[in-house]
Design a protein around this ligand. Structure first.
Ligand SMILES: [Fe+2]
Ligand SMILES: [Fe+2]
Length: 273
């Protein structure tokens, strides 16, 4: 299947099943076409992006003994995965001139995002919640719309959102385990393992696309659009080994782990938020 057709099917089909199953045969990239930037992905009514602040917040992990709260957590995480899939499809359409190897790599990762979305939706339904029962937000999608180059994508999506998920995935795994939900915990462990590959992909392309001799920290942060910034690439329990396994060098991981006060603080004025 051509990458453009794959990306267009994901973004223009409102049907969830189509979004999550398209692209099972071999990918080709003979006709990437011209750049196309879609403003919003097509979604079925139940999963259309809700107005700001109308989607439920992530339940506190202390509430996870309640099955319904765990189901809601999977519902929210399924929407994160679906947005990641759509953001990657958007990138394939927006940057047809990116190296073919990069584009094929993004498509392979998209297959895993399809699988992650299904895993969360299935787990939510086991816990009594159907994917689409609650309003869903568009946080990742909206941030992605500010990407103006492939390097912006690499800096923002794999190295911030997926990077932070190295920590969040295991924080959720621990919380599910503490609530006695070993299946949900195992699901998060699987996603954690996949995320290491996805971060490695981002790191490898940052290295390849950065000018020779460039300071990679500087290139990374230069390509982040507010509110994305280094601190957003971390969760609460910093997974140092996962980042080293993803190929980040020790000094980069050290810097991320020990951000200066200046780097870690909230910006006092955030016009885009
Ligand atoms: Fe994922
Ligand atoms: Fe991922």
């Amino acid at each position: 299947m051509e990458l453009r057709d794959f990306a267009e099917a994901i973004l223009t089909s409102p049907d969830l099943e189509t979004k999550l199953t398209v692209g099972s045969d071999e990918f080709t990239d003979r006709s990437p076409g011209s750049s196309r930037r879609l403003h919003e992905p097509a979604r079925c009514d139940a999963l259309k992006f809700a107005p700001p602040r109308s989607a439920p917040a992530m339940p506190k992990m202390g509430a996870f003994p309640d099955e319904k709260k765990r189901g809601l957590a999977h519902h929210i995480l399924a929407n994160h995965e679906l947005q990641a899939l759509e953001a990657m499809a958007w990138t394939l359409l927006a940057f047809p001139d990116a190296p073919t190897e990069f584009r094929l790599g993004v498509a392979e990762i998209m297959r895993e995002e399809q699988r992650h979305t299904r895993m969360h939706a299935e787990r939510a339904s086991r816990l009594g919640i159907c994917f689409g029962d609650y309003p869903v937000n568009c946080y990742i999608w909206k941030k992605m719309l500010s990407f103006e180059s492939v390097l912006d994508y690499v800096a923002g999506l794999p190295l911030v959102f997926e990077g932070a998920n190295l920590d969040h995935s295991l924080e959720f795994a621990d919380a599910f385990r503490s609530a006695g939900d070993l299946r949900s915990a195992a699901l998060m462990q699987t996603i954690h393992r996949d995320e290491i590959k996805h971060v490695r992909f981002g790191w490898n392309w940052l290295c390849q696309m950065a000018p020779a001799e460039a300071d990679l920290w500087e290139i990374w942060t230069k390509h982040l659009h507010w509110p994305l910034r280094a601190i957003k690439a971390r969760g609460n329990n910093f997974q140092r080994d996962a980042r080293l396994e993803a190929g980040m060098p020790v000094d980069f991981v050290d810097r991320l782990e020990h951000l200066t006060e200046e780097e870690a603080k909230e910006k006092p004025f955030a016009p885009q938020e």
